[in-house]
Design a protein around this ligand. Structure first.
Ligand code: GKR
Ligand code: MG
Length: 442
């Protein structure tokens, strides 16, 4: 039998709506952007993938089309090598020092890899999870509730939405401001009622560390049994991180990038010292983001939870990290950014293939739920996503009308790269990013 070949690859820069989520990089604008790839194979199957937005990623994907079209679906690794060979130099500067990853080529590789894996899974009647690492390890993937401080969209003239209330209490609160412990607890309660999370993560790096500790204590009081994480994206100095960690003693499941490079020491060296002195499991999506950093991290014992987001490790790479974690006694997890339901399927399949104990994976989906690009998206129930071992490919079916509409939204508003400083400047005039200062401390 002839193996299907790729006949066509389309790249859709798309946009969706977001709340005014605050983080060290500033405030999320009214729209988030992603790149969606659709591949058509000669057997009539369609493969899909989603990666971060941005024009450079779109361009590399467009330029990679000639490497993809005509390739038999089993030969996709040769295409990935070609993309790396031709465009790998674009990632030489690393991930950058924003909260989000600024690389290009690795995201383009993931987009191409995933669409091929989706097609291969469909052809072989296997879920993508079965094609990764040592195959599918679990059907139920734990997911955490990702909580954010929210800015007041009414202080801007930007087109934020405030009326997509189809999800009860969660729908009502998710676009509304939240800067106090009470407001964050209310959001957590609404998210718990809807999704059943047993782990919550607070995105820190917004208020002073003292105030964020108070929010964590309030969450602990409201959910004494929940696992709690906090991620200030390296905003605190080592001394501050040690102080806040001792104040949160006993209530943290793990801490993520509590501090970073300072005084001539690298981020990994500082995290190693933090872990040595606190014995608190320490996660990162900032300083252990490729194999060279992983080697250094392992030697230093800097990180016990690498958050191996498939979008910047590739699907296969993310599961390879999970295998390393399993062998070295580390605990794997996944990092996220705003995303649609195609990325949700990608993260769920990678996590379903990760061996050993895993942490509840990050997802921003609760902020986007209701804006599906697929016909039957994965759902979060009891804090879990079910990845049925009878799935084929990613286990989703694209909705081309929804993708076209999301592409139109992107074009209509002339969108491109993420820039959180822009929206933040409505709250604090002339605001500029400072990786060592919480966003609202100016
Ligand atoms: O969505 O604002 C955000 C987060 O700050 C995101 O950009 C980070 O990449 O959540 C991420 C993290 O640092 O774990
Ligand atoms: Mg993080």
């Amino acid at each position: 039998m002839t193996v299907p070949v790729i006949q066509k690859m389309d790249v859709y820069p798309v946009a969706g709506y977001d709340s005014m989520l605050l983080n060290l990089s500033g405030a999320h604008g009214p729209f988030f952007t992603r790149n969606v790839v659709i591949m058509h194979a000669s057997n009539g199957d369609v493969g899909v993938s989603e990666v971060p937005g941005g024009k450079k990623i779109t361009q590399v994907l467009e330029a990679s089309r000639s490497l993809v079209v005509g390739t038999p679906i089993g030969d996709y690794k040769r295409v990935l090598q070609g993309i790396k060979h031709q465009y790998g130099n674009l990632d030489q500067g690393g991930r950058g020092n924003q909260t989000f990853d600024l690389r290009t080529t690795i995201h383009a590789q993931t987009a191409v890899e995933t669409a091929f894996l989706d097609l291969l899974g469909k052809y072989l009647h296997e879920p993508v999870a079965a094609l990764l690492g040592d195959g599918q390890q679990r059907e139920d993937v734990p997911v955490l509730g990702y909580l954010f401080f929210i800015g007041d969209r009414q202080q801007t003239d930007l087109p934020y939405i405030g009326d997509d209330h189809e999800h009860g209490e969660w729908g009502e609160v998710r676009r509304e401001p939240a800067l106090t412990p009470e407001q964050i607890v209310r959001k957590a309660q609404a998210a718990y009622d809807r999704y059943g999370f047993t782990t919550f993560k607070l995105k820190g790096g917004v208020l002073s560390g003292e105030k964020e500790v108070q929010v964590m204590k309030a969450l602990h009081r409201a959910f004494p049994k929940a696992k709690l994480d906090i991620d200030p994206n390296g905003a605190w100095s080592l001394n501050e991180a040690l102080r806040y960690a001792s104040e949160m003693k006993g209530l943290l499941n793990y801490i993520e990038d509590p501090c970073g490079a300072e005084n001539g020491f690298s981020g990994r060296e500082v995290l190693a010292e933090f872990q040595r002195r606190t014995h608190i499991p320490t996660a990162t999506n900032m300083v252990d983001t490729d194999w060279r950093q992983m080697a250094s991290s392992l030697i230093l014992n800097a990180v016990s939870i690498p958050l191996a987001d498939p979008h910047f490790w590739t699907m296969q790479g993310s599961v390879e990290v999970a295998k390393v974690c399993h062998a070295f006694g580390l605990n794997w997890g996944i990092h996220s950014n705003n995303h649609f339901d195609i990325s949700l399927a990608m993260a769920a399949n990678a996590a379903a293939a990760a061996p050993g104990h895993i942490n509840a994976i990050d997802t921003h989906w609760i902020w986007q739920d209701g804006q599906e690009l697929t016909k039957h998206p994965y759902e979060i129930h009891d804090g879990q996503i079910h990845v049925d071992s009878r799935n084929e490919g990613l286990g989703i079916e694209v909705n081309m009308d929804a993708i076209t509409a999301a592409h139109q939204l992107y074009l209509e508003h002339n969108l491109g790269n993420r820039d959180d400083a822009k929206a933040m400047q409505y709250l604090i005039p002339h605001w500029q990013y400072d990786p060592k200062k919480p966003a609202l401390v100016r």
